[in-house]
Design a protein around this ligand. Structure first.
Ligand code: SF4
Ligand code: SF4
Length: 255
C-alpha cells in the first residue's frame, strides 16, 4: 500500500496511469452505495479522469487526489453547485442563520465522516487555536471548532463537506435532534451522499494501490484544539475500513 513518500503501485509494481484508472472505474463495484448512486458517481469520476488525461496530469498526482478525498470534494462541490442553481424546497426554505449552531452539537461523539484531505485542513486551521475556549464551553457535545460565545464556526472556509451539506427548515427540530430526537426537516443534501459514494468507489478502484481512509471529524478537531500533533490526531480519529459501508447500510438503499 502507498504511504507518504512512496509512489503508489499496483500488483505489477507499476504506477497505474489515469487511463488504467479510468478502466478500473468503469468496472468497479463498490461496497455500500446503491446501484443508482454508484452509476451517478461513476459518470462523475469518469469525467474527472478524462479531464486528467486531457490535461496530462501525472499519475501520482491523480492517485493522491483520489486517495486523499480531494477528488471527492471537488466532485461533491460540483454536485452541490448544481443543487444550488435549482434549489429544492429544503434549501429555499432553510432556517439556517449565523450563530444558529444546534447542528454543531455532535451527539454520538464521531461528528461525521471526513476524508484525509478534510482532516488535514481542519487540523491545520484549528491548531493555532489550541488552548482557547472552544464550543464545548457552550455545550459539552459541541464541535471543538465552534466559538462558544458567538456560536460561529471558527474554521468556516475549511469546514468539511458534511458541514457544508447540512441544512434544515426548522431550527427547533435541530435543537431537539441534538439531544437525541428524531424530528424531520433537517439533514444532509443529496450531494453529500454522492460525495461519500465517490469516496467508496475510489476506495474500490485504488484497492492494492493506495489507502483511502476516513476520519471522525470531532476527534480530529478535539486533537487540534487540545494541542495534539497532526499525526496523533489522525491516528486517534482514523475510522476502521468498514465505517464507510456501514454508513450506506444505515441509509438502507437511500444512498
Ligand atoms: S442546520 Fe439547523 S441548527 Fe444548523 S444552522 Fe440550519 S437551522 Fe440552525
Ligand atoms: S467544523 Fe464548523 S460548521 Fe462543522 S460542526 Fe464544527 S463548528 Fe460546526
Amino acid at each position: 500500500m502507498a504511504s507518504a513518500g512512496k509512489a503508489p503501485r499496483n500488483a505489477t509494481g507499476r504506477i497505474p496511469d489515469p487511463a488504467t484508472l479510468l478502466a478500473l472505474v468503469q468496472k468497479a463495484k463498490p461496497r455500500g452505495p446503491s446501484r443508482a448512486a454508484t452509476e451517478r458517481v461513476r459518470r462523475m469520476l469518469v469525467a474527472y479522469l478524462e479531464t486528467a488525461i486531457r490535461q496530462r496530469l501525472p499519475a501520482q498526482q491523480v492517485i493522491a487526489d483520489m486517495a486523499s478525498g480531494r477528488a471527492a470534494r471537488r466532485l461533491g462541490d460540483v454536485a452541490r453547485d448544481m443543487i444550488e442553481r435549482d434549489p429544492p424546497p429544503v434549501l429555499r426554505d432553510a432556517a439556517c442563520a449565523s450563530g444558529c449552531a444546534f447542528c454543531c452539537i455532535l451527539s454520538g461523539g464521531d461528528g461525521g465522516t471526513i476524508t484525509e484531505d478534510e482532516a488535514r485542513r481542519l487540523h491545520e486551521a484549528l491548531a493555532p487555536l489550541a488552548g482557547v475556549p472552544d464550543g464545548r464551553g457552550w455545550h459539552p457535545a459541541a464541535c471543538p471548532a465552534l466559538d462558544p460565545d458567538s456560536r460561529m464556526c471558527r474554521v468556516y472556509d475549511d469546514r468539511p463537506t458534511i458541514c457544508r451539506s447540512f441544512v434544515s427548515t426548522d431550527a427547533k427540530a435541530c435543537e431537539v435532534n441534538a439531544e437525541g430526537g428524531a424530528e424531520t426537516g433537517a439533514g444532509v443534501l443529496g450531494s453529500h451522499i454522492d460525495y461519500l459514494a465517490v469516496h467508496a468507489l475510489v476506495r474500490e478502484v485504488l484497492k492494492g494501490i493506495a489507502q483511502v481512509r476516513t476520519y471522525a471529524m470531532a476527534r480530529v478537531a478535539a486533537g487540534a484544539v487540545e494541542g495534539r500533533s497532526l499525526d496523533e490526531s489522525l491516528d486517534a480519529a482514523r475510522h476502521p475500513p468498514r465505517t464507510l459501508s456501514d454508513i450506506f447500510a444505515a441509509l438502507d438503499g437511500r444512498g
